[in-house]
Design a protein around this ligand. Sequence first.
Ligand SMILES: [Zn+2]
Length: 165
Amino acid sequence: MPAAPLPEPAPATEACPGCGAVLAPVDGDVAAHPGASPSCTRLFDVTLRGPREEASADAGAVATARLADAAYDAQHPVAAEPARLSAALAQLGTALGAAAPTRPSGPPSAWTTTIADVAADLDVIDLDVLVDSWARAVFADWAAAGAPERDTDRLGNDAPSTFGG
Ligand SMILES: [Zn+2]
C-alpha cells in the first residue's frame, strides 16, 4: 500500500443515517438522537429552539414542537425502539387527521423533506408552516412505503356494481 502523499482530510460532510441529510460534522460531543447523526440532531435542536423556549406561554409553539418531535422520531427510526416509531406515526396521524400506516414494510428509501430543508427555508417561511409540511411529507413517505399490496386492483374486473346479488 503506497504512502498517501497528503494526510487524509476530515470528512467535509456526513450523511444522517436516518433522514439522509448531508451536513457538516459538528465539533465536540453531541448526544445524537437515536438513528440520527450528531449534526442532524444539532440542526434539529437549533431549529426548534424558538418554539421550545416559547412553549410555556404559547400553545401554538407547544403544538409545533410536538409535531416536530413526532416527525423527527418517525424520520429516524431504530429497530430497537419500535414503540417510538409507532407512537410517532400515531401522533402524526392524529395531528394530521389521517390513519397511521399500520404495518409499514420498512422505512422509506428516500425522504421528501428533512430537517435540513426546514432549516433552509426558515428565513422566508414561518417555522410552524414548515414543520406542518415537513410532518405531512414524513407521514406520506411512510404511508407510501407501508402501503399494502392492493390485490383487488389486479383482478381485472372493474365493473362497479358486481355485488348486486
Ligand atoms: Zn437526520
